[in-house]
Design a protein around this ligand. Structure first.
Ligand code: IMP
Length: 196
């Protein structure tokens, strides 16, 4: 079975492909020749994942899943949330995004935050959603060189290091995206067994 993962990111594709049984073949947007940007016009993380998956599956008549992630900060009523990538502007600059967030939280004691990933899947005209969440807090300064995005200022609960300081395997295991992907993989494997 071939399924499109609506991403241009080869690392994400390999990461998910590794977790799937060999006969489920993932195709990226590049593999199917989709080059134009899919407008992320939703007002929630879930809506954006659904928009991407629906757009691709309709256009190419193929099963497809898409992911969308946001950082939700409690004391900012869930901001930056769906706007995480462009929090400090359209340049989508990670350093500027972190600087803005640290500025917003200056003097704030409640630093609780969570990362949330939603995966939307369209398979045989049916729509399914999978979620992964990791709770933690925003540190007072950037720490670590690993990861990407807000990793240097996010410390997952139960750890004394940021995502940018923890080994990638740890982040994948306890992190939002890894959990959501695991939910998707469990679902696809169960479907597979049912059709045997
Ligand atoms: P996307 O939906 O995966 O493109 O994520 C949207 C934005 O959320 C990214 O541009 C990053 O700013 C942030 N983000 C997503 N995943 C992570 C992560 O694992 N660590 C840190 N930041 C992330």
């Amino acid at each position: 079975m071939k399924i499109v993962f609506a991403t241009h990111n080869p690392n994400k594709l390999v990461e998910v492909q590794r977790m799937l049984p060999g006969h489920i073949e993932l195709l990226s947007l590049d593999d199917i020749g989709h080059t134009e940007e899919i407008p992320e016009t939703g007002s929630t993380i879930r809506e954006n994942a659904q928009i991407k998956a629906n757009h691709v599956s309709k256009k190419y008549q193929l099963p497809c899943f898409a992911d969308d992630t946001g950082l939700l900060v409690d004391s900012l009523d869930g901001a930056p949330g769906v706007y995480s990538a462009r929090y400090a502007g359209e340049a989508k600059n990670a350093e500027a995004n972190m600087d803005k967030l640290l500025g917003e939280l200056r003097g704030t004691t409640n630093r609780a935050a969570s990362f949330k990933t939603v995966i939307a899947l369209v398979l045989n005209q049916e729509k399914h959603l999978f979620e992964g969440v990791v709770n933690g807090e925003i540190t007072h300064k950037k720490m670590g060189d690993g990861g990407f995005g807000y990793d240097p200022i996010f410390m997952p609960r139960g750890h004394k290091a940021t995502f940018a300081q923890l080994p990638m395997e740890t982040k994948n295991k306890i992190g939002h995206r890894g959990k959501a992907v695991q939910e998707l993989v469990n679902f696809l494997k169960a479907k597979d067994h049912a059709s045997e």
